[in-house]
Design a protein. Structure first.
Length: 242
């Protein structure tokens, strides 16, 4: 019997460390419940990878890890490639779920990474590292639910941001550039969005820096964009987020 190092496993007893039916049920239940919480959080924000996807990935990782432990103990071999294979497989699936929208915005990146991390958490559950599993789960949920608000706070007070700009005509681009400079802003880059070529609109991705000390002190990105949206020749403008 392995020496107990996991605090939760030590609290539960020796049975939680081995591959007995009680430990197997505990690990599967823990994996499913934790993945369901993450999946519900993603589903509530209308992401394509939701409840079932996260549960299936975590469950698959947990069962794979238990199978690996079983084969290593029963056949006295080295079957660590199983967990490595499922991590790579989930990474490929996650990568394929990342998309670029017509506004040149990356969609699904956070969810795809969360799916991959959920797989790792499933592996720790399958290995019986209960404390590591719960701590990792807490960090994952915090990253998805708590940190976004702090991240938005930091981004909104950054001196750099990017906007999706729709002008009624390309002839108004110079007017927009002039207005930007008058407001104490600097345009770092402008790219024409080819997805809107036949829409009748002139659509651009514009990288902007705040150069005015006054704006840096008192204005957020939202307030600046709200002011730009009042220009007669601007059809639509919004900040781009990854």
């Amino acid at each position: 019997m392995l020496e107990l190092h996991d605090p939760i496993a030590k609290l539960l007893g020796d049975w939680s460390v081995g591959l007995n039916w009680g430990a197997i049920l505990l690990r599967i239940a823990l994996s499913v419940v934790l993945a369901a919480v993450v999946g519900c959080e993603r589903s509530s924000k209308r992401h394509s990878a939701g409840l079932r996807t996260f549960i299936l990935v975590s469950l698959g990782a947990t069962v794979t890890m238990m199978l690996e432990l079983f084969l290593n103990a029963r056949l006295e071999g080295d079957y660590h490639f199983l967990s490595a294979a499922i991590v790579v497989a989930v990474a490929i699936i996650s990568q394929n779920s990342v998309l670029f929208s017509s506004r040149n915005q990356i969609k699904g990146l956070t969810t795809s990474v969360a799916l991959w991390v959920c797989c790792i958490v499933g592996l720790t559950a399958g290995a019986g590292f209960y404390t590591v599993t719960l701590l990792s789960f807490a960090a994952l949920i915090a990253s998805l639910s708590v940190f976004p608000a702090f991240e938005r706070y930091l981004k909104d007070r950054s001196n750099h941001f990017e906007v999706h700009l729709e002008l009624k005509s390309s002839s108004y681009l110079q007017n927009f550039v002039t207005t930007i400079r008058e407001l104490g802003l600097t345009i770092d880059d402008i790219e024409l969005n080819p997805a809107y070529v036949n829409s009748g609109l002139s659509v651009y991705s514009v990288a902007i820096s705040i150069s005015s000390a006054e704006l840096k002190k008192y204005k957020t990105h939202g307030q600046i964009i709200e002011a730009l949206a009042t220009l007669d020749y601007v059809y639509h403008i919004e900040e781009m987020h990854s």
